[in-house]
Design a protein around this ligand. Structure first.
Ligand SMILES: Cc1cc2nc3c(=O)[nH]c(=O)nc-3n(C[C@H](O)[C@H](O)[C@H](O)COP(=O)(O)OP(=O)(O)OC[C@H]3O[C@@H](n4cnc5c(N)ncnc54)[C@H](O)[C@@H]3O)c2cc1C
Length: 232
């Protein structure tokens, strides 16, 4: 059995019950993608950018850079450690565990207005991109969770991707490492099937763990260094 059911996995409860849940990292990530027609062309973002403003950090990344003028899309990710009371009041975080992202009803007019005010701290190009998304409520708010795995396998059950390990989006590598997990697991299982020994599958899963656990831990721990310096 392969548990590939994401960061709120139920399969992890069987493979690694101590502890089974990813922990809240102490901040929310706001995400949005603006569209060129919404923006003042003179304020077009120059390229990938990162801005650290203490309680906030903004990562800006122009998407579809090769698109013709008029169709480009600046994407942004705003890391915000000031909304933890809101996350708990809305049930997004319960105790130490992330339950869900903010729902559209949670994006009240006053919250949008607060974010719009706070967006003033960003350089013009990114500020305009953030505000364009806020105007049409094209924003998601997701509490960040982290999970450092001690194991990826138990018996004939293996975890891959966010079911196995959860890293802050700041690493930018969660998706790629999930794919690598699947590739390594498939490789080991294919070799086991070729061997056709009774214990071949369990041995294949242990080999998958031997090859993947270090990479998974390094991914999450590298993100935790950011999270701890950012959120304390
Ligand atoms: C806000 C945010 C931004 C991110 N940005 C980046 C980024 O820029 N770059 C990057 O590399 N990574 C990023 N990540 C991380 C990346 O999204 C994950 O690492 C990646 O999606 C993990 O893939 P996965 O298939 O393991 O899990 P998921 O993508 O979560 O997929 C799990 C799937 O399992 C399904 N599922 C769950 N339970 C069941 C069930 N019982 N039965 C059937 N299906 C079930 C879910 O519906 C879901 O479709 C980001 C994550 C977040 C939260």
């Amino acid at each position: 059995m392969v548990g590939a059911d994401g960061h709120r996995t139920v399969v992890r409860r069987v493979v690694a019950p101590e502890p089974p849940d990813a922990a809240f990292a102490g901040y929310v990530i706001w995400l949005g993608i603006a569209a060129e027609p919404e923006l003042d062309v003179e304020a077009w973002p120059p390229g990938m950018d990162i801005f650290d403003a203490g309680a906030d950090c903004l990562l800006g990344s122009p998407l579809a850079e090769s698109a013709p003028p008029g169709h480009r899309r600046p994407g942004w990710a705003w890391f915000d450690r000031r909304r933890n009371d809101l996350l708990r009041a809305t049930g997004c975080v319960d105790g130490d565990v992330v339950q869900h992202s903010l729902r559209s009803a949670d994006l009240t007019a006053s919250l949008i207005a607060e974010l719009d005010d706070e967006a003033a701290q960003w350089p013009a190009a990114w500020r305009d991109a953030v505000r364009a998304c806020l105007r049409r409520r094209g924003v998601t708010g997701t509490p960040v969770a982290e999970y450092v795995p001690d194991r990826l396998v138990r018996g004939r059950i293996a975890l891959v991707g966010d079911a196995a390990h959860v890293s802050t989006p700041m690493t930018g590598r969660g998706f790629a490492v999930a794919l690598t997990d699947a590739e390594v697991l498939a490789d080991e299982v294919a070799k086991a099937v070729a061997e056709a020994r009774d214990d071949a599958i369990s041995a294949a899963l242990r080999s998958y763990q031997d090859r993947s656990l270090g990479r998974a831990r390094e991914l999450v721990e590298s993100g935790q260094r950011f999270s701890r310096s950012f959120a304390g």
